[in-house]
Design a protein around this ligand. Structure first.
Ligand code: AMP
Ligand code: ZN
Length: 138
């Protein structure tokens, strides 16, 4: 299923042009128009799902199966030394385009891309409490 109003559905169907690097029956990958680094690629499912949790596991599995080769190709083509794979879900998590996508961002030591990674600490007992709550939801 696709969404006629979705920009990434239009890209996957070829209605909107893109710098495509890979496509098959499940997946489509293209260069991000606003790259955080050279060779920044977006990997999307052909079908429209807004967020990762909405994807059937088999479709998500096939999509993720395309990641290792894509990561290797993007890093080698960009002459990079490492890579970040990011996937934003929901506005609170900085998702702007509501069609599942994985960012593949080639990295070099000392490049301009910075994470804000405000690591904190759990108060006593909270970690076990959260692990139990998550286990119970699975
Ligand atoms: P996110 O914030 O995770 O939803 O990321 C959306 C990404 O889509 C941004 O990095 C945009 O630069 C990228 N983007 C939006 N429109 C296009 C487009 N037409 N072609 C390529 N990338 C796009
Ligand atoms: Zn879509």
């Amino acid at each position: 299923m696709t969404d006629p109003n979705c920009i990434f559905c239009k890209i996957a169907s070829g209605q909107i042009p893109s710098a495509c690097v890979f496509q098959d029956e499940t997946a489509f990958a293209f260069l991000d128009i606003g790259p955080l680094a050279e060779g920044h690629v977006l990997l999307i499912p052909r079908e429209h799902y807004q967020t990762l949790d909405q994807m059937p596991p088999d479709v998500a599995g096939r999509l993720l199966g395309r990641l290792p080769a894509l990561v290797k190709a993007a890093v080698e083509a960009a002459g990079a030394e490492g890579v970040n794979v990011l996937q934003n879900n929901g506005k609170a998590a900085s998702q702007e385009v509501p069609h599942v996508h994985f960012h593949v961002i080639p990295r070099r030591a000392g490049d301009a891309f910075r994470f804000n990674w405000p690591a904190s600490k759990y108060p006593p007992g909270r970690m076990e409490e959260l692990a139990k709550a998550i286990r119970e939801k699975l």
